[in-house]
Design a protein around this ligand. Sequence first.
Ligand code: BES
Ligand code: MN
Ligand code: ZN
Length: 495
Amino acid sequence: MQFSIKSSAIEALRAECVLVPVGPGRQLTAGGKSLDEVMGGALSAALARGDLQSKAGATLLVYGDARKVARAVLVATGDDAEASERNFTEAVRAGLRQAGAMSCDEAASLLHEAAVKGRDTAWKLRQQVATGRDLAYRFERLKSRKESQPVRPARVQMLVARAGLAPAQAAVARATALANGSDLARDLGNLPGNICTPGYLADAARELGTSFKIKVQVLERKQMEALKMGSLLSVARGSEEPPKLIVLQYAGGPAKQAPVALIGKGITFDTGGISIKPAAEMDEMKFDMCGAASVLGTLRAIAEMKLPINVVGIIAAAENMPGGSATKPGDIVTSMSGQTIEILNTDAEGRLVLADALTYAERFKPQAVIDIATLTGACVIALGNHRSGLFSSHDGLADSLLAAGREAGDPCWRMPLDEEYGEGLKSNFADVANVGGRAGGSITAACFLARFARQFDWAHLDIAGTAWRSGAAKGSSARPVPLLTQFLIDRAAPG
Ligand code: BES
Ligand code: MN
Ligand code: ZN
């Protein structure tokens, strides 16, 4: 589904189908009223009959002159004078679905004329792109027979007044870049563990590097050994798949500007290792590289936007398997930081690969470091599937991430990080253990990471509950690509 901006007088409009918002009291917007005139009062007549329910997302189809505007889909935005974001989004989804259900390849939209509480036109345009691209997303490359119909409508033109043309086009370009980055993250997340291996992630990064101006470097096991990354390497020991440390550098900002570093957990499959997981739903552990996918997706988005900022992406990729040489509970390894770690549970592997990736990030002297990880089941218990967990010892950084999540509709929630929570990580035999007790599991995990992030401003996003959906709609959500992209947009143009 491709979105574009069109500025044409409603009187001159030719369209197969136009999406028209209807507010409380069956109110039409300015554009809707003009269209009503063009259609000889058909819209107001249909509304006067009371056939359109007021619930957000209710639709009513009105036929017009096939030589001008062949159809209008009236879409209710709910009972509030200013629609909520959810109601607006529901209206957009319903309108596009209705247009797609008919034989319309192309639709025009006036939906952004609806009033939405606290949001401007640019947001409403971006939200239409995001919602449409979400509806259009398919992952069928591994099905020999494609089940779904071609996506309809193939093209959507959003109608704006000539005065608003340039900012509207900028909004669409930005939203399209974000959707392209999100699609990349979703594709990688949805690929199974036998295809999306650490090597596959490295190739995906290299491909991104050739399509955009991004420098890509892949460190192999040998190089990681030379760097003394004993923590990361301990996770890969049970697997036939060699681990990769993937480094991407996007230099959109001034050469002297310190970069923002994004570090992604890239466990391409997490069996738990010797501390093996139960069988139920273990297939979902193919999503344990969604942090890594979000780093690639975000870099793709900002590179397409040509954002003026420097960003380093670091992906710690490995497969966590039981095997003859796998790490055993009680094994002690030395991390790149020099800290020794007693691995009491081989299923707490995300923090082990991230520890060395965090230490590695020091060499870029970053202005801020954010790691993104499907780190703990405990975070899902704490926050469910709506908000990602945010942990940071830096209030300014935490506030920026919270604000970016709010702006992007990809929310997170700040969790505590008091030192007291880290006390359970004490080990009788090493500097630190990789697990504490069951209580506050997402916080103790963050406390573990904090020990390796003392050299810079750091935040950690636990996306275990938000990166994918389970059940009938099983699949990657691309989160937190929207949050991270918004955060970088804000950083690139502060104020
Ligand atoms: N990848 C998992 C976390 C996870 C589990 C995310 C379920 C989403 C759903 C992680 O590597 C893990 O296994 N964590 C353990 C930590 C525990 C051993 C301290 C967990 O959460 O059970
Ligand atoms: Mn695990
Ligand atoms: Zn894991």
